[in-house]
Design a protein around this ligand. Structure first.
Ligand code: SF4
Length: 197
């Protein structure tokens, strides 16, 4: 059996992140680590070390899907791993991210008010006021927390649904972070080959 490393337990971090958001929404900012680290690693090293070893979310899907046998283990439909779908989903995801940042900007500029709610699937607004004591931080800081947590929770829920329906890590086939890091690695490695030619 393969020796266990500290990073094999990052699935606990993935769980903890969502739990913390139930108690204090400001912890949502910690999710930026999972946003920036994969991109940083891909840019600097030109590989997918984050996906391969450091992604708590991927590990969590494995644990729940294979370990707890919550996945049917069926192959996902082919379109889910097709380029048009992966790129389309990435564009959609980035657009939603941009919209979330814009809402944060509106609150910062005084043109919008803080909404103490989590928006699931970009549609359903769930009141979440218990997780934030008004006035603790600037309204825009709190607004970003609610928006970012919404994005993280929504993507995790989509990942859980496809985990149950198909194979444990089906989410990884169209995960926006996976698509972005793959693109960066391709560009970087193509550049490296040109340099050595
Ligand atoms: S594709 Fe996404 S969820 Fe899967 S390991 Fe990579 S970053 Fe994690």
């Amino acid at each position: 059996m393969r020796e266990k490393h500290w990073y094999d337990y990052l699935w606990i971090w993935a769980l903890l992140y969502f739990l913390l958001g139930f108690f204090n929404i400001l912890f949502a900012w910690l999710g930026m680590i999972d946003f920036l680290l994969p991109l940083g690693i891909a840019v600097v090293r030109g590989d997918k070390a984050f996906c391969n070893s450091l992604c708590g979310r991927g590990q969590l899907f494995n644990r729940l899907g294979s370990g707890c046998k919550l996945s049917r283990g069926r192959p996902a439909p082919k379109w889910m791993s097709a380029k048009w779908f992966r790129v389309g989903f990435l564009i959609f995801f980035l657009t939603m991210f941009g919209n979330m940042v814009f809402q944060t900007y509106l609150v910062a500029a005084g043109a919008g008010t803080l909404r103490e709610a989590v928006k699931l699937f970009w549609t359903f607004r769930v009141p979440w006021g218990w997780a934030y004591a008004a006035g603790t931080v600037s309204d825009w800081v709190a607004q970003f927390s609610f928006g970012f947590y919404s994005l993280m929770l929504t993507s995790a829920l989509i990942g859980l649904v496809v985990m149950v329906l198909y194979r444990p890590r089906t989410w990884c086939t169209f995960c926006p972070m996976g698509t972005m890091t793959q693109g960066i690695c391709k560009l970087k490695n193509a550049g490296g080959q040109k340099d050595s030619a």
